[in-house]
Ligand binder design. Structure first.
Ligand code: ADP
Length: 288
């Protein structure tokens, strides 16, 4: 659905992206991880057309995104929604008014039509009952869900998200990740997400690691996070479950390399404890 081909982007002497190529399939959830300043935001902003590129090509649905063709370029950009770290809501407008605004202003929908769609998506993110509240009366997670509902109400084919959970507490982060998963599953929305939280990155279909403007790794989460030392060498963390397994392995325990979530980790620990229990039991029985 998105194809980035040999894209370079410089800011004066800073080479933010060097010859970056990647493909995103329709319906995928992709996480983009990398140290601070590695080029993640620049890449998303180039994909969304918020930044010009110095060389290379970007295709959306097989069609070149070409700024010289202004009308087409605008239509292509409208197929993508951009979710920022900051919630981007108007404080003097209600939740419902916020979700209608872009539909009326950008897509020129009637007020009634925009309201129907806004309510549909507010329902989807679990906030229909907050339709008349003002953003200041919502939690961070709720504000971000309203922002997402407003963007999805534009019916994009894809949403790109620049650290949508960065301003949130753990509860808010969980709400957003659950919302992203639901929208992906039920509406087939493609998601490209920058995150600093490795537990979130591990929930994607694919993880792309960027370092110094280059793509370092591009693979499924289990294969990415099994490369603990490489990730640490570029200043990245791994999910806590992976870290624990890595430390146990260093102590000589025979544990798998590809554990990325808590449930798998709990199962491995349970199996180790059970087999140890059996071993000690056998030893005691043989002694007595
Ligand atoms: P990340 O999102 O991984 O933290 P960025 O894409 O924001 O990284 O930045 C990549 C590099 O480009 C950094 O060195 C950053 O300072 C530089 N950069 C980003 N945006 C601009 C800008 N508008 N002007 C100048 N330099 C920029």
């Amino acid at each position: 659905m998105i194809k980035v081909e040999n894209v370079c982007k410089n800011f004066n002497k800073t080479h933010a992206l060097h010859n970056v190529s990647l493909e995103v399939n329709q319906g995928d959830i992709i996480s983009l991880i990398g140290p601070s300043g590695s080029g993640k935001s620049t890449l998303l902003r180039c994909i969304h057309g918020l930044e010009t590129i110095d060389s290379g090509k970007i295709y959306l649905d097989g069609e070149l995104m070409d700024r010289n063709n202004e009308k087409k370029f605008r239509e292509q950009r409208n197929k993508m929604g951009f979710v920022f770290q900051h919630f981007n809501l108007f404080p003097n407008m209600t939740v419902l008014e916020n979700c209608k605004l872009a539909q009326v202003e950008v897509l020129h929908k009637s007020d009634a039509e925009a309201e129907t769609v806004a309510l549909e998506y507010l329902d989807k993110v679990g906030l229909k009952e907050k339709r008349d509240s003002y953003p200041n009366n919502l939690s961070g997670g709720q504000k971000q869900r309203v922002a997402i509902a407003g963007i999805i109400a534009m019916r994009p084919r894809c949403i790109v998200m620049d650290e949508p959970t960065a301003m949130l507490d753990p509860k808010g982060r969980k709400e957003i990740m659950a919302t992203i998963k639901t929208l992906n599953k039920e509406n087939g929305i493609t998601v490209v997400l920058i995150t600093h939280y490795m537990e979130e990155a591990a929930k994607a279909d694919r993880v792309i690691v960027i370092d110094k403007g280059n793509i370092l790794l591009d693979d499924v989460p289990k294969r990415i996070f099994s490369q603990v030392e490489l990730l640490k060498s570029v200043g990245l963390d791994v999910p806590q479950a992976t870290e624990l397994m890595y430390e146990l392995k260093k102590c000589g325990l025979d544990v798998p390399d590809d554990i990325i979530d808590e449930d798998e980790c709990a199962q491995v620990l349970y199996d180790i404890l059970r087999s140890e229990e059996r071993r000690v039991g056998k030893e005691c029985r043989s002694r007595w």
